[in-house]
Design a protein around this ligand. Sequence first.
Ligand code: FBP
Length: 577
Amino acid sequence: MKISALQTARYGYAPKLPAVLAGKPETIAIEAGKPTQSIADQAELKKIFEHTYGKPLVTFVKGKNPSVKKELRVGVILSGGQAPGGHNVIAGIYDGLKKGNAKSRLFGFLGGPSGLIDGKYIEIKDKLMDEYRNTGGFDIIGSGRTKIESDAQVAASMATAKKMKLDAIVIIGGDDSNTNAALLAEHFMREGQNTQVIGVPKTIDGDLKNAMIETSFGFDTATKTYAEVIGNIERDANSAKKYWHFIKLMGRSASHIALECALQTQPNICLISEEVESKKMTLRQITDYLCSVIAKRAENGENFGVILIPEGLVEFVPEMKRLIAELNDLMAVKAAEFNKLAGFDAQADWLSKNLSKASAETFKALPAAIAQQFLMDRDPHGNVQVSRIETEKLLISLVETKLAAMKKAGTYKGSFSSYNHFFGYEGRCAFPSNFDADYCYSLGYTAFILIANGLTGYLSSVRNLTAPAKEWIAGGVPLTMMMNMEQRHGSKKPVIRKALVELDGKPFKTLAKNRPVWEVKTSYTFPGAIQYYGPDEVCNEPTQTLLLERGRKKAAAPAKKAAMKKPAGAKKPAGKK
Ligand code: FBP
């Protein structure tokens, strides 16, 4: 296999670790806090997690810890969507294990959780590990979306753990995968199975976060990758001055990715699903808003712009939410009847009789190509796959119709020409930024220390992330602490609560404060490609979201200044004083 120059250079990158993890593993002791409580529904969760509920938060400190020298057998799983840095989590676990005891072994389950269920794995050794250090992707062992949920899946997982004599399993995943990790840890304890379970917070969506988990890994690299391309499109738009670009961004339900990209690139518009929901904005109101901005810019002769759209938007628009819920219910009970219908016209006719009047009207008003996307294959739970609905095209079509009407009425005099884009897969396997490379390696190393100390039902936690890496705080958060009970498929289930964009949080407030200017005045900023080598402010800066949330940055500078600001050390053009 040919290896690129960057990949070769990245092999040589030594991820930075918090100072407490930098020495020998036997110098890292554990400090345990007070027992913890779940964020809600304490009594119900205490019952479900009889053996693992309420454990203390743990923090690593300098001290003596000979237990880390034990020989261990550990299995690791990459679960769900790819996120830059997964290989470094594995490298952190691997190096920790080997530093603790050269005889310790790490096994990688193939293709995600199904590898554990089916007992499919490989042993990770030096050569293999070295080929993946500081690289993007999950291809070292592959990932998958199988959940370890049913009794049979849990029993099969336990049989594999027993057969392989595993001391621990590390599950690298998002909120769902870590909920499963918590259930598995509890099940193993209940059954007297001596295998610990440790989770690692992963997802580019950035929605697995709370007081103890400042960000999930992959968010940093993915948003920087999208922001680079958005900046390039902005510059193109501002050069040609003839297109409106509608850009949909990944992030299944939360709008963190769109918001972060907006803070990095200052587009004309960034829709935020959580705001749309809180204001109960209908599709018509969203369209009116978009058209009002387009018309205002047209008055200034600017018939171009950039609009960011979060992937999950349709699920937050009231009438669409209702339609999706009705479609999901209908398909659950009448799928056989529906599947017999031949062609879209027959399906649309059937739906007009089976949906409520309001939802039938919403469906009918959709452009046919988009309406068909609501009827595509369902996800494994029988739900509409909202991420496959081309919201960006839907909005373009609605805007075109509205602008045509405005033109007739004399309220719009511009010209409108558009392009649609969807950025998602482009960012999930990028070479991890230095931040993600360091963070992930630290998370993996932390997972090893948690295992070596006999802990189970914990999520690896590295905090204080806006400070230099040596000041990061490492430890573990009990998984049950992040849980509550939620309605899922007809019954209440314990789940880790998803973190949506907070409308009173600093990142959103910064957008809200600046957007009146960004909408009308071209204020684009161009972050450029991720840099791996160079000055700190160029290659080690965390996301704007993290800086704002952690109070390391004031609400963004007024748009005009930010856009015009010269980079440090920039030279004046020749001849200018
Ligand atoms: P995870 O939550 O599993 O990390 O995945 C997130 C994500 O990238 C979403 O942003 C996106 O909607 C989804 O995965 C796409 O899923 P798939 O990879 O199965 O197409």
